[in-house]
Write a protein that binds this ligand. Structure first.
Ligand code: ADP
Ligand code: MG
Length: 633
């Protein structure tokens, strides 16, 4: 190799940032670098096995798959070798020099600089190949693609750049050579490496081999080209193919990290073998934390698909509905053909029935978690609740199950935590209550302090407080739960339970014939649909009420943000005849002053709901005039 052929390339900016973090902040659990390298080697073997289904010639020379770990304690090197699919020069540059994940730049921009927090975030992102730089000050990769005769050498110290060159005489597959940092020399040690492999990589479906511990009289097994005897250190059986009773929790957790590229343990999982008309095994995991790109539509999602133990594809999204896109895991089918493609998956009836079954499986797992481990379920809801709401809105077949999983903040709660289930709501409803009451607002404070809730609070009727972006849409999809209708307390027709007979009579007689109705309507004119004395206010002077079918404020804001515009739907203006301000208004003889006060009260009712004023300047002028009068001469 002549020096001049070596080309130096700069890492992509995002890759550089990630590398920097990997080297400087993620040092608490350095040994996981080995898990990442073995995981990549195993993926590379899976990919080649899959390719070989259609092109058996690719593996004719070398079809005995394995991952080998060797080390040199004197030279302080550690090498992980696989005979998987390998990489071409272009692939090396693409895979090791850039990060293709969309949203990476935004993700990195959100890092805080606080090392502890950032290392958590990086974990969510998936540490991957670059974790090698936690223990190595130089990493070399030697690789040859199964489809090419030309080998590639790549080398980097993990700073700004890497070097690359072609290399003759390489075997198919990839060798990653780590030149260990002084403070990581401990990893070039037989005992240490074996225990790391067993701890993190036992579930890998191919043998992970190391030089045999030389026991006198031991049987000859396999001899590699260097003449050293190798033996498998892991059990080399794909985890999901084993029976549940044989697998302990730690094994499940490590396998999760392999399939999900997550750094953290999963929250829970469900492992099942189905026999009968369709035969398949599934192992589904619920992560602890939402990935940073949960709402990015382009993010690949879905399960790892195997057919008869052979890896077919990553991100098979056809096996779960979109709203369960956060689920990670494996499905291994005995019925699908090995040459199945994404297009076929989309139309296949077997896939549809597996998908229905897996969806139910996830929902049951969540329900069990909610019943048995309410605190863990709460943690799940805090992370994934909004995504599950998509499901409650759109998955009609599973709506009942999904509605049981919903959690809301409520007027009974102390804070904005979403902890109340619909069942819990129904358990403590008042005697004559025949509806589930809710309010939608921009945020918790606005919802919780809305004047619309006054009468409900007074009569001890619980109201659910909704303030996620998706809520108004969700509530427009749901009509009832357990025969109880959902009722929006902001709507004109919302009736409040719990009135005594006397109160009812008063309410009826009060009806709409208050003398203020006429006078206010002269001022507000066609800004409002109608004006009426309120049955729902106890301490506020006035509020605005939506007519039955009008679009709510939250939905309107979302639609308008997306560039659509709508004719204004007019609210009802309700005033509280018992309020001192309204009583003063009633006694006001000066019509100009009366008009001024009505306008102010109208604007304030709007503000109290988190609305914005069309003409805030005029409102401020009016308020200032009134203030001046008050402070006056
Ligand atoms: P991930 O495994 O999440 O894709 P990594 O950072 O671990 O991310 O690896 C980046 C990419 O480099 C892999 O997706 C793969 O394309 C390539 N790669 C890494 N190790 C190997 C290997 N041993 N053989 C072939 N390709 C590899
Ligand atoms: Mg990886």
């Amino acid at each position: 190799m002549s020096e001049t052929d070596i080309k130096t390339h700069s890492f992509q900016t995002e890759a550089k940032q990630l590398l920097h973090l990997m080297i400087h902040s993620l040092y608490s659990n350095r040994e996981i670098f080995l898990r990442e390298l073995i995981s990549n080697a195993s993926d590379a073997i899976d990919k080649l096995r899959f390719k070989a289904i259609g092109h058996p010639e690719l593996i004719e020379q070398d079809s005995d798959f394995h991952i080998d770990i060797t080390f040199d304690a004197e030279a302080h090197t550690l090498t992980v070798t696989d005979n998987g699919i390998g990489m071409t020069t272009g692939e090396v540059m693409e895979n090791l020099g850039t990060i293709a994940k969309s949203g990476t730049a935004e993700f990195l921009a959100n890092l805080t600089g606080d090392e502890a927090k950032d290392s958590q975030l990086i974990g969510q992102f998936g540490v991957g190949f670059y974790s090698a730089f936690m223990v190595a000050d130089r990493v070399e990769v030697l690789t040859r693609s199964a489809e090419s005769d030309e080998g590639v050498w790549w080398s980097s110290a993990g700073e700004d750049s890497y070097e690359i060159d072609t290399r003759e005489g390489l075997r198919r597959g990839t060798a990653v050579v780590l030149h260990l940092k002084t403070e990581a020399h401990e990893f070039a040690d037989d005992f240490r490496l074996r225990s790391i492999v067993r701890k993190y990589s036992d579930h890998i479906g191919v043998p992970v081999r190391m030089a045999k511990a030389t026991l006198p009289g031991a049987e000859e097994e396999e001899v590699d080209t260097a003449g050293e005897e190798l033996e498998a250190v892991n059990s080399a059986q794909a985890l999901w193919t084993r029976s549940r009773s044989e697998i302990d929790d730690d094994e499940y957790k490590e396998f999760y990290k392999h399939v999900s590229h997550d750094f953290d343990d999963p929250l829970t999982w469900s492992h099942n073998r189905v026999e009968g008309k369709l035969e398949y095994t599934s192992l589904l995991y619920i992560p602890k934390r939402a990935p940073f790109d949960l709402y990015n539509r382009e993010t690949p999602r879905g399960l790892k698909l195997y057919v008869q133990r052979v890896f077919i594809m990553d991100d098979a999204e056809q096996f779960l509905p979109l709203y369960l896109r956060f689920i990670k895991g494996v499905v291994d089918s005995n019925d699908l053909p090995l040459n199945v493609s994404r297009e076929i998956l989309q139309q296949d009836e077997r896939v549809t029935s597996i998908r229905n079954a897996l969806t139910k499986r996830v929902l049951t797992t969540l329900e069990t978690l909610a019943n048995k481990e309410p605190e863990e379920y709460q943690a799940f809801w805090d992370e994934f609740g909004e995504v599950l709401k998509e499901g409650a809105g759109e998955d009609f077949a599973n709506r009942e199950a999904l509605m049981k999983l919903l959690r809301f903040a409520s007027t009974r709660g102390e804070d904005n935590k979403k902890t109340v289930s619909l069942d819990q709501y129904l358990e403590r409803k008042t005697e004559d209550q025949d509806a589930i009451y809710y309010i939608c607002a921009e945020n918790y404070e606005t919802a919780q302090r809305s004047p619309h809730l006054e009468i409900f609070k007074e009569r001890g009727v619980e109201v659910l407080l909704l303030f996620d972006r998706i809520d108004e849409w969700l509530m427009s999809m749901l009509t009832d739960y357990e025969d109880m209708k959902f009722v929006d307390v902001m709507r004109a027709d919302a009736e409040v339970p719990g009135a005594s007979a006397e109160e009812k009579e008063n309410e009826d007689s009060e009806e709409d014939d208050h003398p203020l109705v006429e006078r206010i309507s002269v001022v507000l004119g066609d800004k409002v649909e109608a004006i009426r004395p309120s049955k729902r206010l106890t301490s506020s002077p006035a509020c605005l009420v939506l007519s039955e079918h009008a679009m709510g404020a939250q939905m309107r804001r979302i639609m308008e943000a997306s560039g659509q515009s709508f004719p204004d739907s007019k609210p009802y203006f309700e005033f509280n005849p018992g309020h001192p301000l309204i009583q003063r208004l009633d006694g006001e003889q000066d019509e100009d002053r009366f008009a001024e006060l009505v306008e102010v009260i109208f604007d304030q009712a709007n503000l109290a709901e988190g609305g914005t004023l069309n003409d805030p300047a005029t409102y401020v002028e009016r308020m200032n005039r009134l203030l001046l009068e008050l402070l006056g001469d």
